[in-house]
Write a protein that binds this ligand. Structure first.
Ligand code: ATP
Length: 595
């Protein structure tokens, strides 16, 4: 298929808002593509060229894209920038400037020695050609790579029509704007190729985190092929997630009277994979973070006696003198590209392992928790730097409470209850009652911390004049949109405010991002990217905010009352993974029950 045709379909999808309509159109698009195009197109639709764990995100800098648009269209950089501040969308700028008749001909362009062009602009490029070109851009690194990326992107844009430029620009900026969450693409693939096997398709995605792999398997081998996709060390699984409860009695009731309780450590979740190719560490967002933790790699290689495995645990920062656990913030010193060795000796860690998903050719994800835990304990020689999570199994309320208190004393956030049922395995990618978290925060007024996405900023007053003094936060609604839930201005030190403003600078958009639903006008708008953890007093009905609009009361949404920044940015969560509007609704309802 020509990329031009794909762009036309994307243009149609852009006009739709209902998820069902989008899925219909997208599934017919998948059926029109050649089999070999389905995988690449699935990546492109999500603004990437490979799965996240292979660093597949393009996310080229705004400046570089603007320069490429300007070069490809012949418009000056100033004009390009100006149009961007008006239109607020690199895609629209690329399309508009291309139609202004300012495009320099390819011949001229080549004569100027700026690039090699094999094709005439009018003939356009195919989906596969665009995919490979973008893949090449993504893979270019090292010295001089910015200039190389710039000329490659310029060439690509020059070879494309205005409409195709619009979508190329959106793809490379990682701002594809179709409201296409992974789950929407997945549902469309199921509809196209395996309408009766939706669950198998979802499982395949949850155990591989690779939309392109699932898509091309579906296109070539339909549902049977997808069922053959296996858990494989080296390919991360989506993490299993927990529900929350504020009562041990409720937890025991839900778990059939008896449950395992583990310490809930306050660190960073890691999935450690060992295969013949080596040992890798993946984050909760399934990114490859091996480079940050050479010490964890070493511990895993020496303390776990198997050739191949996948285990999961929490990395925590440890105080060198006392060996006690330190708060999560200390661990963030380890999230750096340079000076890893030095950081390693200043901020030592320990891994508290809490699950095992695969060992030496055997997939454990369908096995119940007690079996997985037993195998984990068998495999491990515990030491200072790697241990199995503290655990008890009990049916006794008081014993569970006492265990919770000792978890807090030892510097944990609370406990994690796990079902002993032999009907439940490791449910990759799903949040359910097989795991229930019970935290210290539950003893304060609002049942849990909430993770919301920063979508806007407000100028400060008084002492904070001249700075951004507060932020507008929103919750993802599960369909690619962000609905506002509060303004937060407390909990920030002066330094934190400055740091935050710096951090957010590259996400500023000239106007409200189209995926944000807000009734408030912010002074500065941001592309939804950064997730902030807050604590609040309670959830209330609000005529001002749009989270879960109309769900409780017509015309009103839900808002967090007295929100306070906890000092923690959730870099381990993508904006889609922040607390959803659905979760806010559940929290609101459970709050009512307690009254
Ligand atoms: P989510 O539930 O989406 O992960 P969250 O990160 O805000 O949201 P938390 O309240 O941090 O939720 O609880 C879940 C996290 O607790 C896990 O993702 C994991 O990182 C951490 N954790 C710590 N100890 C354990 C344990 N023993 N078992 C499972 N998870 C644990």
């Amino acid at each position: 298929m020509q990329f031009e045709e794909l762009s036309r379909l994307l243009e149609e999808i852009d006009k739709l808002s209902g998820r069902t309509d989008i899925i219909s159109l997208l599934s017919s698009l998948f059926l029109k593509l050649g089999k070999e195009e389905v995988g690449p197109a699935s990546y492109l639709l999500l603004g990437k060229v490979a799965p996240d764990f292979e660093h597949g995100e393009l996310g080229l800098g705004e400046k570089l894209i603007l320069r490429a648009i300007s070069r490809a269209s012949g418009a000056t950089y100033e004009l390009t920038r100006q149009r961007y501040s008006t239109l607020g969308d690199l895609g629209l700028v690329a399309a508009e400037l291309a139609t202004r008749g300012t495009t320099i001909s390819l011949l001229e362009y080549t004569r100027e020695g700026r690039g090699e062009h094999g094709k005439d602009a009018r003939s356009g490029l195919t989906v596969i050609e665009i995919y490979h070109a973008l893949k090449k851009i993504a893979a270019t690194s090292g010295e001089g790579s910015q200039e190389t990326k710039l000329s490659m992107l310029t060439e690509l844009l020059s070879n494309s029509s205005p409409l195709a430029r619009k979508y190329i620009a959106r793809i490379v900026s990682g701002d594809i704007r179709l409201g296409l969450a992974e789950l929407t693409v997945l549902a469309s693939l199921s509809k196209a190729f395996a309408p009766d096997d939706k669950e198998a398709v979802e499982r395949a995605f949850n155990i591989t985190c690779d939309i392109g792999l699932v898509a091309s398997t579906l296109a070539n081998q339909s549902a049977q092929g997808v069922r053959r996709i296996k858990v494989q060390p080296g390919r991360p699984l989506k993490p299993m997630l927990a529900e929350r409860s504020s009562s041990i009695d409720e937890i025991l009731r839900r778990m059939g009277g008896r449950a395992a309780f583990e310490y809930k450590y306050d660190g960073e979740r890691v999935q450690i994979h060992k295969s013949r190719e080596g040992t890798k560490i993946f984050s909760r967002r399934t990114e490859d973070i091996t480079g940050h933790f050479p010490d964890v790699v070493k511990a895993a290689n020496t303390k776990l006696s198997a050739q191949e495995f996948i285990v999961e645990g929490e990395v925590v920062a440890i105080d060198q003198e006392s060996g006690r656990m330190l708060p999560f913030q200390e661990l963030m010193h380890r999230r750096r590209k340079h000076g890893v060795e030095e950081a390693m000796s200043r901020y030592p860690t320990r891994v508290e392992l809490f699950d095992l998903l695969f060992v030496d050719g055997r997939d454990f994800t369908k096995e119940p928790y007690p079996k997985r835990r037993n195998r984990l304990v068998q495999l491990l020689s515990p030491s200072e730097d790697m241990a199995a999570a503290e655990q008890i199994v009990t049916d006794d309320h008081d014993r569970a409470e006492a265990f919770f208190e000792s978890a807090l004393e030892d510097g944990c956030e609370g406990v994690m209850a796990k079902t002993l049922s032999n009907k439940v395995g490791y449910e990759a990618g799903s949040r359910g009652w097989a795991w229930i978290k019970y935290k210290r925060d539950y003893k304060s007024s609002l049942a849990d911390t909430i993770d919301l996405v920063i979508v806007g900023g407000f100028h400060g007053r008084g002492k904070r004049a001249g700075k951004i003094g507060g932020y507008l936060l929103a919750a993802p609604n599960g369909q690619g949109r962000y609905e506002t839930a509060c303004k937060v201005a407390t909990g920030f030190s002066d330094e934190a405010l400055v740091e935050m403003e710096d951090k957010l600078r590259s996400y500023v958009t000239p106007s409200r991002h189209p995926s944000v639903d807000s009734r408030l006008e912010a002074d500065v708008w941001y592309r939804p990217a950064i997730v902030m953890e807050i604590l609040g007093a309670e959830l209330t009905i609000s005529p001002v905010h749009t989270a879960a609009l109309d769900e409780i009361r017509k015309g009103s949404g839900l808002a967090v009352r007295f929100p306070r920044y906890t000092g923690r940015l959730r870099t381990d969560k993508s904006p889609d993974e922040a607390t959803s509007t659905q979760e806010l609704l559940e929290m609101y309802r459970s709050q009512l029950k307690k009254l």
